[in-house]
Design a protein around this ligand. Structure first.
Ligand code: PLP
Length: 436
């Protein structure tokens, strides 16, 4: 039986079976691929130890978190609620780092303290966060992590640059002396220096960041025994794209950390926090073709699917490109984005969703214009599958827009079972908190 592409175990037959069992639209995840990606991340070269944490904002479903944690990864949480959610999935606070823009107060502050006492690692991201948590951490002898804003170029001159202007994550280089002063005054130590340069970053930037971070660590953080390089490993979703070479990046990090040891006598442990890399390609969005239309001889063919931007907003938000697969009602794979035989000379169509929104297409360019794609021509009732939706899709889509209900999530387990891992939302759940 032919699989959709050469990195998944999912066949057209499995897709048709999932649709018969759970309807459409649904998300379908490939457990085997998730496990393989976890293993690949854990094999990244390192010098004196490696911790891999899954950036759970990419896909926070409890079943997915448990699979990934079971493979030996920790968790990177982006909010207090995410940390609590991971804990609800059975993951101990000592396996979780919290990196957040939030400034918890009141109840939330009390919750944060309880979590830290149970081992949650707190990655301080602003001077205010440090001010607020420092005394508590010092009193309980809890070491902190510090997120440093790389402020690219700021090491060379005081001039401002786009890095400074456009992002505010972490404590900027220029505020590091102040952070160090506050920490010393309060008697709290930074055991880790952290940077996340962004998602889908280019490998040169990643390498540059390693150097910059090691410089900062050497200059300002004598107690740090660990360095985190964040996430941002690009993943290939479409044919022709280039994935981050984590082997090569790891070899570079290893060499620099070893050089740092020779220079300073300090052996640093390393952490990474991939999100995209672990789950992006393990997720598929399974939809039924509801209708076909065209806009005339000078226009385009359109395929109306029963799910669109409310399941995957990435094309609309970023102009991201995702692969398409056309599958017959009875599970025959009619075309795969990875087949060379479907080109511009074949049938081309623009797949759109059901939302009353001209941007509700799964094929858009960066300017937000719809782009036709070559594929086998589906019949109404056939299945159109969108790949590469395992990260930042179920987690990040406007799923109740047009009062559509949030789609269920299904897992193809390592032994070939289809398992429901999140039930379909109901219309009642959408309106249950509304009041007259
Ligand atoms: C989002 C995020 C990540 C993961 O980014 P990917 O591009 O999905 O790998 C890692 N670390 C932090 C702090 C993040 O905010």
């Amino acid at each position: 039986m032919r699989t959709l592409n050469d990195f998944t175990a999912i066949t057209g037959e499995a897709i048709a079976r999932a649709k018969r069992l759970f309807g459409s639209p649904i998300y379908l995840y490939d457990e085997r691929l998730i496990a393989e990606k976890c293993a690949a991340a854990l094999q990244m070269p390192h010098a004196y130890g490696l911790t891999v944490r899954f950036a759970m904002k990419a896909n926070p479903n409890r079943a997915i978190l448990r699979i990934i944690h079971g493979c030996g990864l920790g968790i990177d949480a982006s909010s207090l609620n995410e940390a609590i959610r991971a804990h609800m999935a059975g993951i101990e606070y000592r396996d979780i780092i919290l990196t957040t823009q939030e400034v918890p107060s009141g109840e939330e502050r009390a919750a944060l303290e309880r979590m830290m006492l149970e081992g949650l690692k707190y990655n301080v991201c602003s001077l205010r966060q440090l001010d607020l948590i420092g005394a508590f951490a010092a009193k309980h002898k809890i070491d902190l992590s510090i997120r440093v804003h790389p402020g690219v170029g700021s090491g060379e001159s005081a001039s401002r640059n786009t890095g400074d202007d456009y992002s505010c994550f972490g404590i900027h280089q220029r505020d590091i002396p102040e952070a160090v002063r506050i920490a010393a005054q309060m008697g709290v130590r930074f055991a880790q220096v952290h940077t996340h340069i962004g998602s889908g970053g280019d490998p040169d930037m990643w390498r540059q960041n390693i150097d910059l971070e090691l410089d900062t660590l050497e200059r300002d953080f004598p107690h740090a025994s660990s360095i985190s390089f964040g996430g941002g490993f690009c993943e290939v979703r479409m044919p022709g794209e280039k994935a981050a070479d984590i082997e090569a990046l790891g070899l570079y990090a290893k060499a620099q950390i070893e050089a740092f040891h020779h220079k300073t006598g300090r052996k640093l442990k390393m952490e990474i926090e991939p999100g995209t890399f672990i789950t992006a390609n393990a997720g598929y969005m399974v939809t039924e073709v509801l209708d076909k239309k065209s806009t005339g001889p000078s226009g385009f063919n359109f395929i109306v699917m029963d799910g669109g931007m409310e399941l995957n907003a990435r094309p609309l938000m970023y102009g991201s490109r995702h692969p398409f697969y056309v599958i017959s009602k009875d599970g025959e794979l009619l075309s795969s984005q990875f087949d060379a035989k479907f080109d511009a000379a074949s049938y081309c169509a623009i797949p759109v969703g059901r939302c009353c929104e001209s941007g509700d297409s799964q094929s858009l360019d960066e300017a937000g214009l719809t782009v036709p794609r070559a594929m086998a021509e589906p019949e109404i009732g056939d299945i159109l599958v969108v790949g590469g939706v395992g990260a930042y899709c179920a987690a990040m889509s406007p799923y109740n827009y047009n009062s559509h209900t949030q789609a269920p999530e299904v897992l193809l387990t390592r032994d070939g079972q289809l398992k429901l891992i999140r039930k379909a939302q109901t219309l009642g759940q959408i309106v249950e908190n509304e009041l007259d």
